[in-house]
Design a protein around this ligand. Structure first.
Ligand SMILES: [Ca+2]
Length: 210
């Protein structure tokens, strides 16, 4: 009896394994290419799809039809105001003019020195804040108090005024600070003249309300 032929088998080693492995690799590459190819194409297709760019928010807000802000005109229009306005504000303006005449204040706080004023060009003295003095009083038509921290010193036209105070052109006054407290008293003669003229409706300083 003839023996049955042996079933053909791939060799278990040698060149046959390399061929089998190569076929499996090629099959895997084919499958991968078949699967990833369409995905890559879809991805590339998404890249070329134009994405709308958001318009800046400012461009979405319509511009106001109103004119931009500008400096408001002063309410002190002086002689251009109507007569009835001057009559209605006569008393308040005279009070303000009178308040402008005096420069009187007292203060507490470490400060030292003294000053004499005979107009804004005739000042002399030294006042030093160490470092400040709390003052209350009449500073003209300004707040009736201030925290004085600025020094003043010198003589004549070279006198350096305190930046916290407003000295009148024709102010005459005298002040002193003695370490723990101080005081100042003065009269603005230019404001006194304005007050007197205001009694007959003449506003020399052009500072009346209207
Ligand atoms: Ca006035």
């Amino acid at each position: 009896m003839q023996p049955l032929p042996k079933k053909k088998r791939y060799p278990s080693s040698g060149e046959g394994d390399s061929v089998w492995d190569m076929k499996r690799i090629l099959l895997a590459l084919f499958c991968a290419a078949s699967f990833l190819g369409p995905m890559a194409a879809a991805a590339s297709a998404q890249v070329v799809v134009p994405v709308p760019i958001p318009v800046p928010m400012l461009d979405l807000v319509p511009a106001s039809p109103k004119a931009p802000w500008v400096d408001l005109p002063s309410v002190q229009v002086g002689n251009n105001s109507p007569w009835w306005s001057q009559v209605l504000l006569y008393i308040p303006n005279r009070v303000l003019d009178l308040v402008d005449v005096f420069r009187v204040d007292v203060g507490v706080g470490p400060s030292f020195g003294a000053v004499v004023r005979v107009t804004e060009y005739g000042e002399a003295g030294v006042r030093e804040m160490l470092p400040m003095s709390v003052r209350v009083g009449d500073f003209g038509r300004r707040a009736p108090f201030l925290l004085e921290t600025s020094n003043e010193f010198g003589i004549g036209p070279l006198y350096v005024d305190s930046s916290d105070r407003k000295v009148c052109p024709a102010e005459v006054g005298l002040g002193a600070d003695l370490l723990v407290a101080g005081a100042y008293a003065g009269i603005c003669f230019d404001e006194l003249l304005d007050f007197a003229a205001g009694l007959i409706f003449i506003d020399l300083k052009d500072d009346d309300l209207s």
